[in-house]
Design a protein around this ligand. Structure first.
Ligand code: BTN
Length: 276
């Protein structure tokens, strides 16, 4: 475990970020797995685990999340889990909103948007993803593991073109060095603000924030399974509202998006990132 990160003592960062416990690892399998171990041993809400490198970083639907040393913020936080299955969708949306807010605080003008259910985009490209596990409280386990991966340093020169077309790093947007300490601090602050309660419903103010950052609104979306319609926002339990061609309104509570008008996607890109 590291004692310093980005030149700062970890204990100083813990105080600065107001978290009860902070672990920063040089290399770890997955920060979500370590956070789960801490959760199981009774760690407090907002315990945070960071790593310079993850050797088995996970994305949604079992995909791999490439987490090369020092290239991003690979973070897991214990947050109150919601008490109804609807929370399975609410939690990653709230975490996505926290990420989008932090991105804009650190890179003003970045215009970060949330793509249901768990991606954060700048322009049309993905800058961050969220993977919540145990999002629905199971007594005696009232905490969820909220995993966030933010691409900070520019993508490696050998990154495949397909990745370049759909992913972006924060420093490519900023055009200058971005402080991971500042970004992580803002991110943890946003997570505490938005994920402080175990509510399975989005309150009106948060829904307005989400609406302002909705990357899908007004676009034609096709879910796996064939449901197709124009995205009309998110309802208060986090479902994506779709208006079909005949005007019928459908709600997508979980599942995968196969296509989004005007956005490049790969087959593993759809899907709720929440497992419970
Ligand atoms: C996705 O977009 O598919 C979600 C990616 C989530 C990646 C983060 S990095 C920190 C945490 N640990 C993991 O193994 N995954 C999440």
């Amino acid at each position: 475990m590291l004692t310093h990160w980005e030149g700062e003592p970890v204990e100083v960062l813990r105080g600065l970020w107001e978290v009860p416990l902070l672990e920063i690892h040089a290399s770890i399998g997955s920060t979500n797995d370590r956070a789960e171990e801490l959760r199981a041993s009774g760690a407090a809400p907002f315990t945070a685990v960071l790593a310079e490198e993850q050797t088995s970083g996970r994305g949604r639907s079992g995909s791999r999340w490439v987490s090369e040393p020092g290239r991003g913020v690979w973070l897991s936080v214990l947050a109150p889990a919601t008490r109804s299955p609807a929370g399975g969708t609410v939690l990653p949306l709230l975490a996505g909103l926290a990420v989008a807010g932090a991105v804009e605080e650190v890179v003003p003008g970045a215009e970060a948007r949330v793509k249901w259910p768990n991606d954060v985009l700048v322009g049309e490209r993905k800058v961050a993803g969220v993977l919540c596990e145990r999002a629905v409280a199971r007594e005696p386990a009232p905490l969820a593991v909220v995993g966030v991966g933010v691409n900070v340093r520019p993508l490696p020169p050998n990154a495949p073109n397909e990745v370049r077309r759909r992913a972006v790093a924060l420093e490519e947007v900023a055009g200058e060095r971005v402080s991971r300490v500042l970004l992580t601090g803002r991110l943890l602050r946003g997570i505490r603000r938005l994920l402080g309660t175990a509510s399975a419903r989005l309150d009106p103010e948060v829904r307005r924030e989400l609406e302002a950052r909705d990357a899908l609104r007004g676009r034609t979306v096709e879910a796996e399974g064939g449901l197709r319609g124009v995205a009309r926002g998110v309802d208060d339990d986090g479902a994506l509202v779709l208006e079909e061609a005949d005007g019928t309104v459908q709600r997508l509570r979980s599942g995968r998006l196969a296509r989004v008008e005007g956005m490049r996607m790969t087959p593993d890109e759809g899907g709720s990132a929440c497992t419970s």
